[in-house]
Each structure stands twice: as structure tokens, then as C-alpha cells.
Design a protein around this ligand. Sequence first.
Ligand SMILES: O=C(O)CCC(=O)C(=O)O
Ligand SMILES: [Fe+2]
Length: 330
Amino acid sequence: MVTAVRATPKIDLERFEEEGYLAVENVLDLEQDLAPVVREYEALLDTEIDRWHAAGKIQSRHGDLPFVQRLAAFLTEAGKGGYQAFDISLPLRSATQETPIHLGPAVFNMLRSPRLIDAVEQVVGPEVLSNPIQHVRIKPPESMLPADFKGSLVGQTDWHQDQGVALPEVDETEMLTVWLAITDATVENGCLCVVPGSHKRGLATHCPASPGSARIGLHIPDEIRGTDFTPVPIPRGGALFLHRRTMHASLKNLSDGARWSFDLRYQPIGQPTGRPWFPSFAVRSRANPSLEVHDWTVWADMWRQARARLASGDPVGKTNRWDGSQPVCA
Ligand SMILES: O=C(O)CCC(=O)C(=O)O
Ligand SMILES: [Fe+2]
């Protein structure tokens, strides 16, 4: 069989620097990168449902449903805690030795996908670190989940800059957000929206949501953001590159299917990550290739060690710089 070798996506750096975002098509190989991730998560959903069912914490396995309906049915029964096992990161405050996290070979391969890293290298340079601020968001239709999922990883995301939700140590880090579409992301199913050029306006004040407000977490108030924004649909296998100061949010998933993405971050090796408790690793080093981590079990162990440290009560101070005391937050 002859496998077509597709050229590395050419990144329009000038445009990225001007607009603060760039849609990049065909970053992931659908067969080699994307399909294994989908299979890994289908198996994970089976495992999680078995685990919760065996513990008597859910009544049904929902075995006859397609993936996204099954996930929604499981989460509805399990509650918000049911999602943690799917994420590729840990909670900073409440981690215990038992806190689940998904650390699988298909996800690791995707993080290191050569085509993806070729594209990232054009922005970040030849020494590429995987920054540990990362999530998977498999968002079922809003109508399928109870209201208390609002503000969680499977709900709508409020306006923010990624620099604003990390510690100030990240301010000078050339961190690139890479948002990967596993399903087509459309206006209907809740693609991301950006404020073009907003990365040039500096770091905006972020406010914690006040209890009972319609906001859904740490967010940039509308007075600062303004009213203009651009939705950025991304076809499956494509990526949205975001500057760390580009204001962005997601729409709601009003479709009847899943809106599934991974948000990853990359940066030059040697700069602070903004999440010092979590492990980062060299994805590509032209200067010192021996630094690169190629084995998914090494990566998984790094996260398990981080979990053990957090579980042992290693003090986590503030995780971002905001306290809501700025007048605009009142
Ligand atoms: O997918 C989302 O809803 C939010 C993603 C995001 O904020 C990011 O990629 O930085
Ligand atoms: Fe973000």
C-alpha cells in the first residue's frame, strides 16, 4: 500500500501575529492520529461505566447508545465528577491518589504528532515543550446534560485569555494554544470565537463569576472585551492556533451531536509553564534530541508522580492572579 505523504501545513506567521489566531486545516492525520484517539475514548467510556456500575453508583450501563448519547447518559447519572476520568489533566485543589486522569498512548501520540509539531515549530521555534495546561472537552448537546454542568469542561466556555488563567510566571512565555478539532467544530455545535487583534491590547482583567450571575467562571467582562467577535469553525483534524493573549470563548453546543476538542499548549523549552505543579516534557529539541520523551509510559508516570505530590498535600497557592477586587468586577 502506498501512503500519501502530505506536506506540512505552512503557517502564515504574519497573519497569526496580526490577528492573534489562525485556523490550520489537516494538522492531524485522520487515520494515524485521530481514529486511535476516538477508539481509546470509546474503550475508556466502557471502562468507566463498568467501574461506576460495579461500585453501584450508576444503575444502567446505557450499552445500546451511540458514543455521545452514552457519555451524556453516563454523566447525567454520575454527575460532574464522572468527567474527570476523561480529562488529560488533574484538579489542582482536590486531587487524591484515586483521582482519575486519562493517560493513554493514542493521546500521547497525538500530542507528538510529527505534522502537528512541524506546524507548532514554525511558531514556537525548534525547542518545543509540551506545556501541561491541557484538556479534552467532549461536549454533548447542552440539552442532554443537567444545568449544573454549566461552567464545566463539557459546557460553554466564557471569555478569557489563556495567559490570564495561568500564574503570572507565564507572562513572558511564548505559549501557543493549539485547539484540535476531533469532530467538526461548527457554529451550531459550539466552536470557539475570538476577538481578532485582541492579543495586542495587553492582559485584560479577568473576574471570577459572582454567585448567581449568568457568567460561567473566570471571565473578561463585556465592558473590556467589546462586542465584536468572530466564530472560527474548524473541520475535524484541523487546529486553531491562539496567541496567549487572544480573547476567546466557545458557543453552546446546540446541535444533536458531540463537540469534541483537545486544547493543548506548546512553548519554547526553558520558559515557565504557568502550572508549576504539573509535568511538562520536550516534544522536539533540535539542539538536544535526547531530551525528547518518546515513551507514553514515561509521560504517564510524570503525571502520576504529580498526582502523588498533590495528594500528599503539597501546597498549591493561588492558581491565577485574580481576586475580583478590581472595580470592573463589581
Ligand atoms: O473548547 C473550549 O470550549 C475552550 C477552549 C479554550 O479555552 C482553549 O483552547 O484555550
Ligand atoms: Fe482558553
